[in-house]
Design a protein around this ligand. Structure first.
Ligand code: X2W
Length: 282
Protein backbone atom coordinates (compact mmCIF):
# COMPACT_ATOMS: atom_id res chain seq x y z
CA UNK A 1 0.00 0.00 0.00
CA UNK A 2 1.31 3.43 -0.97
CA UNK A 3 2.31 5.24 2.26
CA UNK A 4 0.59 8.47 1.13
CA UNK A 5 -2.81 6.78 1.23
CA UNK A 6 -2.13 5.45 4.71
CA UNK A 7 -1.23 8.97 5.83
CA UNK A 8 -4.39 10.38 4.20
CA UNK A 9 -6.58 7.80 5.94
CA UNK A 10 -4.88 8.50 9.27
CA UNK A 11 -5.44 12.26 8.83
CA UNK A 12 -9.13 11.67 8.23
CA UNK A 13 -9.34 9.38 11.25
CA UNK A 14 -7.57 11.92 13.48
CA UNK A 15 -10.08 14.56 12.39
CA UNK A 16 -13.02 12.60 13.88
CA UNK A 17 -13.10 14.31 17.32
CA UNK A 18 -12.98 17.71 15.62
CA UNK A 19 -15.69 16.76 13.13
CA UNK A 20 -17.85 15.69 16.08
CA UNK A 21 -17.08 18.85 18.06
CA UNK A 22 -17.94 21.24 15.21
CA UNK A 23 -20.98 19.45 13.82
CA UNK A 24 -23.79 22.03 13.81
CA UNK A 25 -21.42 24.90 14.63
CA UNK A 26 -21.62 28.33 13.01
CA UNK A 27 -18.21 29.53 11.83
CA UNK A 28 -17.80 33.06 10.44
CA UNK A 29 -14.82 33.32 8.09
CA UNK A 30 -13.40 36.76 7.25
CA UNK A 31 -11.62 36.44 3.90
CA UNK A 32 -9.38 39.50 3.60
CA UNK A 33 -8.37 41.00 0.27
CA UNK A 34 -4.71 40.35 1.13
CA UNK A 35 -5.48 36.68 1.77
CA UNK A 36 -7.11 36.21 -1.65
CA UNK A 37 -4.47 34.90 -3.98
CA UNK A 38 -4.72 33.74 -7.57
CA UNK A 39 -7.53 31.63 -9.04
CA UNK A 40 -6.02 28.40 -7.68
CA UNK A 41 -5.89 29.82 -4.13
CA UNK A 42 -9.48 31.09 -4.48
CA UNK A 43 -10.57 27.61 -5.64
CA UNK A 44 -8.83 26.05 -2.63
CA UNK A 45 -10.54 28.47 -0.23
CA UNK A 46 -13.87 27.60 -1.86
CA UNK A 47 -13.24 23.85 -1.46
CA UNK A 48 -12.50 24.39 2.25
CA UNK A 49 -15.84 26.22 2.70
CA UNK A 50 -17.70 23.44 0.86
CA UNK A 51 -15.94 20.78 2.94
CA UNK A 52 -16.96 22.59 6.16
CA UNK A 53 -20.58 22.70 4.95
CA UNK A 54 -20.39 19.01 3.94
CA UNK A 55 -19.39 17.95 7.47
CA UNK A 56 -22.25 19.85 9.11
CA UNK A 57 -20.67 23.22 9.88
CA UNK A 58 -22.51 26.37 8.80
CA UNK A 59 -19.82 28.66 7.34
CA UNK A 60 -20.68 32.34 6.80
CA UNK A 61 -18.12 34.15 4.64
CA UNK A 62 -17.53 37.89 5.15
CA UNK A 63 -14.99 39.27 2.70
CA UNK A 64 -12.77 42.30 2.26
CA UNK A 65 -11.21 43.60 -0.92
CA UNK A 66 -9.09 46.62 0.01
CA UNK A 67 -6.42 45.93 -2.68
CA UNK A 68 -9.12 45.51 -5.37
CA UNK A 69 -10.74 48.83 -4.33
CA UNK A 70 -7.30 50.50 -4.49
CA UNK A 71 -6.73 49.17 -8.03
CA UNK A 72 -10.06 50.57 -9.31
CA UNK A 73 -9.63 53.94 -7.55
CA UNK A 74 -6.19 54.15 -9.20
CA UNK A 75 -7.66 53.44 -12.62
CA UNK A 76 -10.28 56.15 -12.10
CA UNK A 77 -7.69 58.62 -10.80
CA UNK A 78 -9.41 58.95 -7.39
CA UNK A 79 -6.98 59.57 -4.52
CA UNK A 80 -7.48 57.53 -1.35
CA UNK A 81 -6.07 57.60 2.18
CA UNK A 82 -6.46 55.66 5.44
CA UNK A 83 -6.89 56.92 9.01
CA UNK A 84 -6.30 54.32 11.78
CA UNK A 85 -6.74 51.45 9.29
CA UNK A 86 -9.97 52.80 7.76
CA UNK A 87 -10.39 54.31 4.29
CA UNK A 88 -11.45 57.97 4.15
CA UNK A 89 -14.58 57.55 2.03
CA UNK A 90 -16.23 60.42 0.11
CA UNK A 91 -19.28 60.09 -2.18
CA UNK A 92 -17.27 59.07 -5.28
CA UNK A 93 -15.23 56.56 -3.26
CA UNK A 94 -18.23 54.88 -1.63
CA UNK A 95 -19.70 54.21 -5.09
CA UNK A 96 -16.49 52.48 -6.18
CA UNK A 97 -16.33 50.55 -2.87
CA UNK A 98 -19.86 49.22 -3.34
CA UNK A 99 -19.26 48.30 -7.00
CA UNK A 100 -16.04 46.44 -6.27
CA UNK A 101 -17.11 44.70 -3.04
CA UNK A 102 -20.75 43.83 -3.86
CA UNK A 103 -20.00 43.24 -7.53
CA UNK A 104 -16.55 42.03 -8.47
CA UNK A 105 -15.18 40.50 -5.26
CA UNK A 106 -18.45 39.09 -3.89
CA UNK A 107 -19.39 37.35 -7.11
CA UNK A 108 -15.88 35.95 -7.63
CA UNK A 109 -16.12 34.16 -4.26
CA UNK A 110 -19.73 33.03 -4.89
CA UNK A 111 -18.74 31.57 -8.25
CA UNK A 112 -15.72 29.77 -6.78
CA UNK A 113 -17.85 28.13 -4.05
CA UNK A 114 -20.51 27.09 -6.57
CA UNK A 115 -17.80 25.72 -8.89
CA UNK A 116 -16.55 23.62 -5.94
CA UNK A 117 -20.00 22.03 -5.64
CA UNK A 118 -21.40 24.23 -2.87
CA UNK A 119 -24.42 26.53 -2.89
CA UNK A 120 -23.32 30.10 -2.28
CA UNK A 121 -25.51 33.21 -2.28
CA UNK A 122 -23.84 36.63 -2.25
CA UNK A 123 -25.40 39.54 -0.39
CA UNK A 124 -24.22 42.75 1.23
CA UNK A 125 -25.10 44.39 4.51
CA UNK A 126 -27.93 46.12 2.64
CA UNK A 127 -29.83 42.91 1.91
CA UNK A 128 -32.74 42.45 4.33
CA UNK A 129 -31.19 45.33 6.34
CA UNK A 130 -28.51 42.91 7.58
CA UNK A 131 -26.15 45.67 8.71
CA UNK A 132 -27.58 49.09 9.56
CA UNK A 133 -24.87 51.68 10.21
CA UNK A 134 -24.18 55.14 11.52
CA UNK A 135 -21.23 57.30 10.45
CA UNK A 136 -18.20 56.05 12.37
CA UNK A 137 -16.34 59.36 12.54
CA UNK A 138 -17.03 62.62 10.62
CA UNK A 139 -13.36 62.64 9.51
CA UNK A 140 -13.90 59.36 7.61
CA UNK A 141 -16.98 60.35 5.57
CA UNK A 142 -19.16 57.40 4.59
CA UNK A 143 -17.44 54.84 6.80
CA UNK A 144 -20.05 52.92 8.75
CA UNK A 145 -20.19 51.59 12.30
CA UNK A 146 -22.77 48.79 12.54
CA UNK A 147 -25.47 49.78 15.05
CA UNK A 148 -28.24 47.29 14.23
CA UNK A 149 -27.71 43.75 12.96
CA UNK A 150 -30.57 41.72 11.43
CA UNK A 151 -29.01 38.29 10.98
CA UNK A 152 -32.23 36.34 10.33
CA UNK A 153 -31.40 36.29 6.60
CA UNK A 154 -28.13 34.49 7.43
CA UNK A 155 -29.95 31.96 9.62
CA UNK A 156 -32.49 31.36 6.83
CA UNK A 157 -29.75 30.84 4.23
CA UNK A 158 -27.62 28.53 6.40
CA UNK A 159 -30.72 26.51 7.43
CA UNK A 160 -31.32 25.89 3.72
CA UNK A 161 -27.76 24.55 3.29
CA UNK A 162 -26.55 27.73 1.59
CA UNK A 163 -23.21 29.41 2.28
CA UNK A 164 -23.84 33.17 2.61
CA UNK A 165 -21.08 35.41 1.23
CA UNK A 166 -21.35 38.93 2.66
CA UNK A 167 -19.83 42.13 1.25
CA UNK A 168 -19.08 44.66 4.03
CA UNK A 169 -21.30 47.44 2.71
CA UNK A 170 -23.94 48.78 5.10
CA UNK A 171 -27.21 50.63 4.82
CA UNK A 172 -28.03 53.72 6.90
CA UNK A 173 -30.85 54.87 9.18
CA UNK A 174 -31.95 57.48 6.60
CA UNK A 175 -33.09 56.75 3.04
CA UNK A 176 -30.60 55.79 0.38
CA UNK A 177 -27.43 55.89 2.50
CA UNK A 178 -24.48 53.62 1.73
CA UNK A 179 -21.66 52.95 4.18
CA UNK A 180 -18.23 51.44 3.64
CA UNK A 181 -17.54 49.11 6.58
CA UNK A 182 -14.11 47.71 7.42
CA UNK A 183 -14.21 43.98 6.63
CA UNK A 184 -12.92 42.91 10.04
CA UNK A 185 -15.49 45.14 11.78
CA UNK A 186 -18.31 43.66 9.69
CA UNK A 187 -17.16 40.09 10.37
CA UNK A 188 -17.00 40.77 14.12
CA UNK A 189 -20.48 42.34 14.15
CA UNK A 190 -21.94 39.41 12.18
CA UNK A 191 -20.18 36.75 14.29
CA UNK A 192 -21.35 38.50 17.47
CA UNK A 193 -24.97 38.81 16.31
CA UNK A 194 -24.98 35.14 15.23
CA UNK A 195 -23.38 34.04 18.52
CA UNK A 196 -20.91 32.13 16.36
CA UNK A 197 -18.81 29.28 17.72
CA UNK A 198 -15.73 30.54 15.86
CA UNK A 199 -14.61 33.63 13.97
CA UNK A 200 -11.64 33.01 11.67
CA UNK A 201 -9.85 36.15 10.46
CA UNK A 202 -7.88 35.11 7.37
CA UNK A 203 -5.18 37.66 6.69
CA UNK A 204 -1.60 37.87 5.34
CA UNK A 205 0.28 37.52 8.64
CA UNK A 206 0.70 34.32 10.70
CA UNK A 207 -1.02 35.72 13.83
CA UNK A 208 -0.40 38.10 16.76
CA UNK A 209 3.32 38.36 17.57
CA UNK A 210 4.83 38.85 21.03
CA UNK A 211 7.54 41.42 21.85
CA UNK A 212 10.23 39.04 20.45
CA UNK A 213 8.35 38.65 17.15
CA UNK A 214 7.18 35.08 17.86
CA UNK A 215 3.61 34.15 16.91
CA UNK A 216 1.47 33.67 20.03
CA UNK A 217 -0.49 30.40 19.81
CA UNK A 218 -3.13 31.23 22.44
CA UNK A 219 -4.02 34.38 24.34
CA UNK A 220 -6.85 36.09 26.24
CA UNK A 221 -8.77 39.37 25.88
CA UNK A 222 -6.96 40.75 28.97
CA UNK A 223 -3.54 39.99 27.45
CA UNK A 224 -4.60 41.58 24.14
CA UNK A 225 -5.64 44.78 25.95
CA UNK A 226 -2.24 44.85 27.66
CA UNK A 227 -0.41 44.28 24.34
CA UNK A 228 -2.34 47.15 22.69
CA UNK A 229 -1.51 49.43 25.66
CA UNK A 230 2.23 48.63 25.63
CA UNK A 231 2.54 48.81 21.81
CA UNK A 232 3.28 45.08 21.21
CA UNK A 233 0.17 45.11 19.02
CA UNK A 234 0.44 48.00 16.54
CA UNK A 235 -0.49 49.22 13.03
CA UNK A 236 -2.81 47.05 10.98
CA UNK A 237 -3.12 44.50 13.80
CA UNK A 238 -5.00 47.05 15.96
CA UNK A 239 -8.36 46.87 14.07
CA UNK A 240 -8.09 43.07 14.08
CA UNK A 241 -7.33 43.00 17.80
CA UNK A 242 -10.28 45.34 18.45
CA UNK A 243 -12.52 43.04 16.38
CA UNK A 244 -11.34 40.09 18.51
CA UNK A 245 -12.23 41.94 21.72
CA UNK A 246 -15.62 43.02 20.37
CA UNK A 247 -16.51 39.52 19.11
CA UNK A 248 -15.58 37.76 22.37
CA UNK A 249 -17.52 40.38 24.34
CA UNK A 250 -20.52 39.75 22.04
CA UNK A 251 -20.45 36.02 22.83
CA UNK A 252 -18.31 34.42 20.10
CA UNK A 253 -16.64 31.41 21.75
CA UNK A 254 -13.21 31.81 20.10
CA UNK A 255 -11.55 34.03 17.50
CA UNK A 256 -8.54 32.96 15.44
CA UNK A 257 -6.22 35.27 13.46
CA UNK A 258 -4.37 33.24 10.83
CA UNK A 259 -2.50 33.44 7.53
CA UNK A 260 -5.09 32.81 4.83
CA UNK A 261 -2.38 32.38 2.20
CA UNK A 262 -1.41 29.08 3.82
CA UNK A 263 -3.10 26.29 1.81
CA UNK A 264 -6.11 24.87 3.71
CA UNK A 265 -5.59 27.29 6.62
CA UNK A 266 -9.23 26.96 7.83
CA UNK A 267 -8.99 23.16 7.82
CA UNK A 268 -5.69 23.13 9.72
CA UNK A 269 -7.29 25.38 12.34
CA UNK A 270 -10.54 23.47 12.69
CA UNK A 271 -9.56 19.83 12.14
CA UNK A 272 -5.99 19.25 13.35
CA UNK A 273 -4.19 19.17 16.69
CA UNK A 274 -1.71 21.72 15.36
CA UNK A 275 -4.17 24.55 14.84
CA UNK A 276 -2.97 27.65 13.02
CA UNK A 277 -2.35 31.27 13.95
CA UNK A 278 -3.38 32.91 17.23
CA UNK A 279 -6.49 31.73 19.06
CA UNK A 280 -8.29 33.95 21.58
CA UNK A 281 -10.91 32.40 23.85
CA UNK A 282 -13.45 34.23 25.93
C1 X2W B 1 -12.51 48.78 3.61
C2 X2W B 1 -13.43 47.69 3.10
C3 X2W B 1 -12.70 46.54 2.47
C4 X2W B 1 -11.84 45.78 3.46
C5 X2W B 1 -11.83 49.54 2.45
O1 X2W B 1 -12.38 50.51 1.95
O2 X2W B 1 -10.76 49.09 2.03
C6 X2W B 1 -12.78 50.57 5.23
O3 X2W B 1 -11.57 50.73 5.37
P1 X2W B 1 -9.73 44.12 3.46
O4 X2W B 1 -9.20 43.42 2.25
O5 X2W B 1 -10.32 43.21 4.46
O6 X2W B 1 -8.75 45.08 4.05
N1 X2W B 1 -13.29 49.67 4.41
C7 X2W B 1 -13.75 51.41 5.99
O7 X2W B 1 -11.95 45.81 4.66
O8 X2W B 1 -10.92 44.98 2.81
Amino acid sequence: MNRDWIATARTLSEALPYLQRYSGATVVVKFGGNAMGDDAAMAQFARDMVLMRQVGIAPVVVHGGGPMINAMLDKLGIESSFVRGKRVTDKATVEVVEMILSGLVNKRIVQAINDAGGRAVGISGKDDDLMVCEADDPELGFVGRPVEMNVQVLRDLTAAGIIPVVAPVGTGMADNETFNVNGDTAAGAIAGALNADRLLLLTDVPGIKDARGEVIRETTPAEIRAMIADGTISGGMIPKAETVLYAIEAGVRAVVILDGRLPNAPLIELFTDAGAGTIVRG
